[in-house]
Design a protein around this ligand. Structure first.
Ligand code: NAP
Length: 303
């Protein structure tokens, strides 16, 4: 596979070099990207570290799916910046992931704090050419008891935040002529679930945004895809289990089993399952895949 990317010097079309010296173990030598998003290189490149030289920003990277995505991208050789609201959790996770990882504290619903965090990430680890829009969350309530503030909050966190963060990062990718945006949507973006109307509406919006941006930037070497996890074993699902137990009188085990049974494989999705899909979408060989909404849900959704 790697031979596809070891192209002759005359194919090299150097654009904006990712900033920063190679990390230990990274491939040495110049790399460039062609307009179609494939990579041209004048050096041998370790296929198992295909994202060497790239800088990924992972929102909600301190826990759950985002933390697993960060680990998968580091394993692929990328430098990674974790973004979240809680400095302590971010620092802990970054330290656990090693020297290629830093963090910035910001609330994705706050445009000013996102702009400052993106600028700090760029300053510390170079231009950002991979964005994983992962931060999100849900609260549940019957629709007739969902007030306007709850509706607005769900859309701000799960949809409008993608507008804010993607706009803050996109210029780097357009200048580089290469980029990867992966939006962590949900099966709730592909089907309906009762009691989470605002979340479902927002996640359906994420998939619409993904498809529109995929077309708009298709000729800029930028791919835009969504992954759609089913119920995944994270804090968010643990909170849902507790909420179901509290409102239905079921035990926590029964509530968890109810969520597991939504998945034809009879289990919760692992954060690593989602991260593997995200990392693959970022790899050079996924350059022709754009506008996809990829379920990672054990067969719960088959588009
Ligand atoms: N778990 C599931 O079953 C499931 C299924 C489908 C889709 N998803 C989606 O996957 C994504 C990650 O979910 P998860 O289960 O991994 O959630 P999680 O375990 O609750 O982690 C959420 C992450 O997002 C950060 N975050 C939350 N609000 C934020 C804000 N306003 N600004 C910045 N960062 C924020 C959190 O850090 P701080 O709290 O420190 O900010 C944390 O790092 C979400 O978009 C979710 O909708 C989850």
């Amino acid at each position: 596979m790697v031979r596809h990317y070891i192209l002759s010097l005359k194919l090299i079309k150097l654009k904006d070099f990712p900033k920063g010296a190679p990390e230990p173990g990274q491939a040495q030598g110049r790399q460039g990207f062609q307009r179609d998003g494939t990579m041209a290189s004048e050096t041998t490149h370790d296929a198992s570290r295909a994202l060497t030289g790239h800088h990924a920003l992972v929102t909600g990277g301190s826990r759950g799916i985002g933390a697993a995505c960060a680990a998968a991208l580091v394993a692929e050789g990328a430098r990674v910046t974790l973004l979240g609201r809680t400095a302590g959790t971010l620092a802990e996770r970054a330290e656990a992931l090693g020297g290629a990882v830093g963090w910035v504290a910001a609330d994705v619903t706050d445009e000013g704090s996102v702009a400052a965090a993106v600028a700090a990430a760029r300053e510390a680890r170079g231009t950002i050419d991979i964005l994983v829009n992962n931060a999100g969350g849900t609260a549940s309530a019957p629709f007739h008891r969902t007030d306007r503030a709850a509706w607005d909050g769900a859309l701000a966190l799960n949809l409008t935040s993608l507008f804010t963060v993607t706009q803050a990062v996109l210029a780097d990718m357009r200048r580089a002529g290469w980029g990867r945006v992966v939006n962590v949507a949900s099966t709730a973006g592909q089907k309906g679930y009762a009691y989470v109307a605002a979340y479902c509406a927002a996640k359906h919006g994420v998939i619409g945004l993904t498809r529109a941006l995929a077309l708009e930037y298709a000729r800029d070497g930028i791919t835009v895809n969504a992954v759609c996890p089913g119920f995944t074993d994270t804090d968010m699902t643990r909170e849902s289990v507790a909420r179901i137990a509290e409102t239905t009188g079921r035990s926590a085990d029964q509530a968890r089993q109810a969520l597991e049974s939504m998945n034809p494989q009879g289990r919760l999705v692992r954060p690593e399952d989602v991260a593997a899909a995200v990392a693959w979408l970022c790899r050079p060989e996924a350059g022709a895949v754009t506008g996809l909404a990829l379920p990672v849900a054990g067969g719960e959704v088959m588009p």
